[in-house]
Write a protein that binds this ligand. Structure first.
Ligand code: UDP
Ligand code: MG
Length: 330
């Protein structure tokens, strides 16, 4: 008998009690079709990222009800990056998909992702949204600017509008899991590990229920994290600014010295002096801050704390059955 391909679907969830049942229903429709047409098996691996609502309870009930549902629950909220990493570490499928639970990532695309990987040399089929409908103009502006800047300074091709929604081969998942850094910026890591990625484009959709977990401030911090994780250009920039100001100061010393020799030294111009002192002090603090950001990231890396702490892990019934069958064979 031909080996069945197993696809693990990783679904990070944080306070998603409304969306989990809707997601399972929508994903099941895709699974039914793919099981019929390609004979694949799927496992949904939900990561409960320390939800405070009934998400965990709903996941427990779903794992009881459906043989292909498993879940992993964190001891607190560790963030989506940690949730995706935990999913990748626990996924045992031949192909692995990461998808949001709010149906902003269309589950129907999973079929196209699978057939593309199967019939081509691609190792990853990722998705990007081609528009940002429903998002405020100012947010889109900042998002586009972020991608422009990070592409220029990071030497990593981080694609504008790229979602975390993608299917990867086992080989690529193993490569991603082998990067053990604490400050993870997956959009960069997916590109950094290399392999061939095909991009599928789709139009933006709104969440089916619940609210986004991202505030403008949260996104800004995420963007700064991304830049720090993938580029040291800000350090170079702060050194350059320092050098430029040193040169300006030297020129000024010479100019004022010569001027004092020729015309004497009238005491005036203190307001401009105060402005210059403030400006230089500001730039110094900013440059110190930039260095500090890198030092703080290094600090959190050297502490080597785990990305996440698991409170409960419940493999799916299908998985346990497969395990016991394997043991019997052995
Ligand atoms: N999420 C998570 N941990 C968090 C925040 C979000 O696991 O701390 C999950 C969330 O449940 C959802 C996905 O990440 O499945 C994307 O979150 P959201 O829809 O809020 O982000 P947006 O689509 O607005 O960027
Ligand atoms: Mg969303």
């Amino acid at each position: 008998m031909q080996k069945q391909d197993k696809i693990t679907i990783i679904v990070p969830c944080y306070n998603e009690q409304e969306t989990v049942p809707i997601f399972i229903e929508a994903m099941d429709r895709v699974y039914e079709k793919m099981k019929r047409e390609y004979g694949v098996v799927m496992e949904y691996l939900f990561i409960d990222d320390g939800s405070r609502d009934k998400t965990l309870q709903i996941l427990k009930e779903s794992a009881e009800k459906y043989a292909h549902v498993s879940f992993l629950s964190f001891s607190r909220n560790f963030g989506k990056e940690a949730a995706m990493f935990a999913g990748l570490e626990h996924a045992d499928g031949d192909y692995v998909v990461i998808i949001d639970v709010d149906l902003q990532d269309p589950p129907e695309l999973v079929e196209e992702m699978y057939t593309t990987i199967l019939n081509s040399e691609y190792d990853c089929v990722a998705s990007r949204r081609v528009d940002r409908t429903g998002e405020s103009k100012i947010r889109s502006f900042f998002a586009h600017s972020f991608y422009k800047i990070i592409r220029k300074i990071s030497h990593t091709d981080i694609v504008d509008g790229a979602r975390d929604f993608r299917m990867m081969t086992r080989q690529m998942v193993d490569a991603i899991v082998s990067l053990r850094e604490y400050n993870r910026f997956s959009k960069g890591i997916f590109q950094w590990v290399g392999f061939q990625t095909k991009w599928l484009e789709f139009e933006n959709r709104n969440r089916v229920a619940g609210n986004t977990k991202w505030s403008f401030w949260g996104l800004l911090l995420y963007a700064i994290d991304g830049i720090i994780a993938f580029s040291t250009a800000p350090l170079l920039l702060s050194s350059m600014v320092g050098i430029i100001f040193c040169v300006i100061a030297l020129i000024m010393v010479v100019v004022f010295f010569v001027r004092a020799l020729i015309w004497g030294d009238p005491v005036s111009g203190w307001p401009s002096l105060v402005c210059i002192i403030c400006l230089i002090a500001g730039i110094q603090l900013m440059c110190n801050g930039i260095t500090g950001l890198y030092v703080s990231k290094t600090y959190s890396e050297v502490k080597r704390r785990p990305q996440y702490i698991v409170k409960t892990y419940r493999p799916s019934r299908d998985q346990m059955k497969a395990l016991s069958e394997n043991e019997q064979k052995d």
